[in-house]
Design a protein around this ligand. Structure first.
Ligand code: ATP
Length: 302
């Protein structure tokens, strides 16, 4: 096994009766990278995570984590990872600090200076009972619990839910620091904007299938633009569609919006031959738009 690989997943499949929650999923995550695991609700993200952590058994396939077999070495693996489940169970009557003490006892001690440092950064109040905290503030305790042992691999299932934007930014900085130290982050999310900000690579899962794995840089280099036109008169969408590189044309009366990765000169010539252009705005497409454009087919047919 290549020791540069943090997570290796092969043919992972999970059926719940007729529900094919995971279908033949293959994936490698390298050490030192931040991998964004992106998909809508119900796509199979949690099932993937719980299977590789041996909380549920796959119908077929296997996984290894940090070079260890996910099933045979699941106890050993837990010593080296930090995990933020989607629904971390905590005792409501314990304070944040007591909760972290409880988790640290399971793992053989913790560096409290580091815990205080993390709590400071996330603006977490560890003196209150977790049952009295808002879900976002409770989530901070969950994050600290995952980071506090400086694990080799962090596996987090929708960890940002409920965090306000400032805290999210700090959390993203914390993930980047983990990766800079050669440790690995596996981040499941349904929000592309978050993944786009922090991940090196992104895998997209829909209906239990991994439909794409790309580096964020490669996605950006698709260099797609969103272009909006205002015309003097109503326009025919087919005129746009005839130009190479045009996708996702939306026309309403005098107004057209489209995605474009071709030669702008060719586009403008074709259009200005037919119509009077009143105004144009153009900007770089964000990843959400790139994804929707490039992976729409998979979404429809999967
Ligand atoms: P979310 O963001 O909503 O948690 P997810 O991508 O994590 O979504 P999963 O929770 O992995 O998705 O669910 C994948 C599919 O498997 C869904 O269709 C879900 O309804 C189904 N599923 C998950 N657990 C079970 C179960 N115990 N019994 C039956 N079906 C299940």
């Amino acid at each position: 096994m290549n020791d540069q690989i943090a997570i290796h997943i092969e043919g992972l499949t999970k059926h719940y009766g007729d529900v094919h929650a995971l279908v033949d999923l293959d994936l490698d995550v390298s050490r030192g990278e931040i991998f964004g695991f992106l998909g809508p609700n119900g796509a199979g993200k949690t099932t993937t995570i719980r299977t590789i952590l041996d909380e549920i058994r796959p119908t077929a396939g296997s996984a290894s984590i940090l070079g260890l077999d996910a099933r045979e070495a699941s106890v050993e693996i837990r010593k080296h990872i930090g995990y933020v489940p989607g629904d971390l169970a905590m005792y409501p009557n314990l304070t944040g600090k007591d909760t972290l003490t409880y988790f640290s006892n399971l793992r053989g001690g913790v560096d409290w200076d580091y815990v205080d440092h993390l709590a400071d950064r996330l603006d977490a109040d560890l003196t209150k009972k977790v049952g009295d905290l808002s879900s976002g503030n409770r989530q901070k305790v969950g994050l600290i619990q995952a980071f506090m042992n400086r694990p080799d691999l962090l596996i987090m299932d929708e960890p940002s839910s409920g965090l306000d934007p400032l805290v999210q930014r700090e959390f993203q900085a914390m993930m980047r620091e983990v990766a800079a130290e050669g440790r690995t982050v596996f981040l499941s999310s349904h929000t592309l904007s978050e993944v786009q900000r922090v991940a090196d690579r992104v895998g997209i899962i829909r209906h239990g299938r991994l439909v794409a794995v790309e580096t964020v840089t490669a996605l950006r280099s698709k260099a797609m633009r969103r272009i909006e036109f205002e015309f003097a008169s109503p326009v025919d969408p087919d005129v746009f569609r005839s130009v190479e590189g045009v996708r996702d044309v939306e026309v309403t009366n005098h107004h057209a919006v489209l995605s474009f990765d071709g030669t702008i000169d060719a586009l403008l010539r074709t259009i200005s031959d037919r119509y009077d252009i009143v105004d144009i705005t153009t900007r770089e497409a964000d990843l959400e738009e790139i994804f929707l454009t490039y992976y729409r087919d998979e979404e429809v047919t999967a």
